[in-house]
Design a protein around this ligand. Structure first.
Ligand code: SAM
Length: 462
């Protein structure tokens, strides 16, 4: 499958001993992992760069993507296995050698690559990329990893552990994320929810109301998403689709479509709608179309000019009298308080609800970061409530199921200025949408709904 390329591919770049040879897919995967681990690159961006730099064929690119994404997701588990096999801490190994071992471990335990191929390519990769002197240690450790299958390693490493500790290794997540999920899910769903982060979703698209019909995308090879009337799932490059290029459709997770839709389904008067934190404009584009159908208009606010520019682009297919984009800090918004009939507060959050899209992200996020977002999230919800007209509706949304940035913020800020609405009743087509922690809130989940783990609370201004 992974065709070998002539040695000239590496000429001038690395000092090769004559007997070593490595295919380009593994070489590009290794270079990507180094970018991720030594320079903090995002895996998806580094992957695209390295695939281009190595001029991979589509087949090689597929193998390289699986190597990188699987290795990044399962890094925590693989590292414990490598340490057990090596009989020493990873700190005692050169970081680049650890990346060679992680790639080899993923092939052995996650991809069912035949043992001889996984071992020999790991040793060759070490020789080509890091020099002959590193091949001995890689050979010794990777052979020990290969001596057991994944279930045997997991049984050995989790022996005597409690349920949550074992899930850390069995699902490839840091402990604090397992604990956070355990706080907001029934115990019998916990493992399925965590495992769902290990499967990349097929991209979903949204048709912008009034600009495109879903049939146009269905005729182009898409299939309807299960819940959103605007959603289409379609393999392939979205920018190949004319409606996407013309901004009559866009890429948007179905969960994001549903939370925007729920806000527009609550009874409220016609008027001005506000999107408080609009960049890059996915929800604003859906809201602008629905506002137009309602006879309302949209004001989209964003803190950063470069992200506001993305919002303008997302909205540009709509008539200019339908929307306006402004740049500013929404906690000190330059608008008339109490003047909007619907307000979307899609606040900055940890993004823990979309771990399935970002393989390395679970190892980069931290409880500290969640903690640091708390005050801003509370201030933004407060600003949203102040912006709403009497009888107006506020949606508080995060792409995270973490209690501290979801129900805890709403409970803290929602005082007698507002009534908490039954948000799941606005999405009757979505089974199991009610949050486990409080059934008035919506909590979507990848394992239940196939969406990102979006949270929604709806509040009506008294
Ligand atoms: C979760 S994103 C919004 C995603 C967007 N609603 C969408 O669907 O495309 C949060 C946005 O809030 C912006 N932001 C952060 N602090 C802000 C503030 N104080 N006022 C306004 N926007 C802010 C961020 O720059 C970011 O673009």
């Amino acid at each position: 499958m992974n065709q070998q390329r002539p040695r000239k591919d590496f000429r001038g770049r690395r000092d090769l001993p004559p007997e070593r040879f490595i295919d380009l897919a593994r070489m590009a995967a290794f270079d990507t992992l180094r970018d991720v681990h030594s320079s903090g690159a995002y895996a998806n961006l580094a992957l695209a760069d390295q695939q281009r730099a190595h001029d991979l064929t589509p087949q090689e690119a597929g193998l390289c993507t699986e190597l990188v994404n699987g290795t990044c997701r399962w890094e925590g588990t693989y590292d414990r296995i490598i340490e057990a096999a090596a009989g020493r801490s990873l700190d005692s190994l050169q970081p680049a050698i650890v990346d060679v071992l992680r790639l080899g471990t993923h092939q052995l335990l996650g991809m069912r690559t035949p043992t001889h191929a996984a071992v020999s390519t790991s040793v060759d990769l070490a020789g080509v990329a890091l020099g002959e002197r590193t091949t001995g240690v890689v050979n010794a450790i990777i052979r020990k990893v290969a001596a057991k299958d994944l279930d045997e390693w997991l049984d050995e490493l989790t022996e005597g552990m409690g349920t949550l500790g074992a899930l850390v290794l069995r699902t490839g997540h840091p402990r604090w994320i397992v604990d956070a999920w355990a706080a907001v899910l029934p115990a019998d769903e916990l493992e399925a929810a965590l495992q769902a982060d290990n499967v990349a979703p097929v991209p979903s698209l949204v048709v912008r109301p009034g600009l495109a019909e879903r049939d146009e995308l269905l005729a182009d090879g898409g299939r309807p998403t299960p819940y959103s009337p605007f959603g289409v799932v379609r393999e392939g490059n979205p920018s190949d689709i004319p409606a996407v290029r013309q901004r009559r459709a866009g890429v948007q997770d179905e969960g994001s479509q549903l939370v925007a839709l729920a806000l527009t389904r609550v009874e409220a008067e016609q008027g001005r709608w506000l999107d408080l934190c609009a960049g890059p404009g996915g929800k604003a584009a859906l809201l602008a179309g629905l506002a137009q159908q309602d006879g309302s208009t949209l004001l989209a606010n964003e803190l950063h000019e470069h992200r506001a520019e993305l919002v303008r682009k997302a909205l540009m297919a709509y008539p200019v009298n339908q929307w306006q984009v402004v740049v500013g800090d929404a906690t000190a918004g330059d608008w008339e308080p109490g003047s909007f009939t619907r307000v979307m507060a899609d606040v900055p959050c940890s993004g823990l609800g979309s771990l399935r899209r970002r393989p390395e992200s679970r190892w980069r996020r931290s409880p500290q970061e969640v903690h640091e977002l708390h005050d801003l999230q509370a201030q933004l919800l407060d600003a949203a409530i102040e912006a709403a007209a009497p009888g107006g509706v506020v949606a508080y949304v995060t792409c995270s199921p973490h209690k501290a940035e979801t129900s805890a913020i709403v409970t803290q800020v929602a005082d007698d200025r507002v009534e908490v609405l039954d948000a799941p009743s606005l999405l009757p087509e979505v089974d199991g949408a009610a949050a486990h922690t409080d059934p008035r809130f919506v909590q979507l989940w990848p394992h239940r709904h196939g969406t990102d783990a979006m949270f929604l609370a709806l509040l009506r201004r008294r």
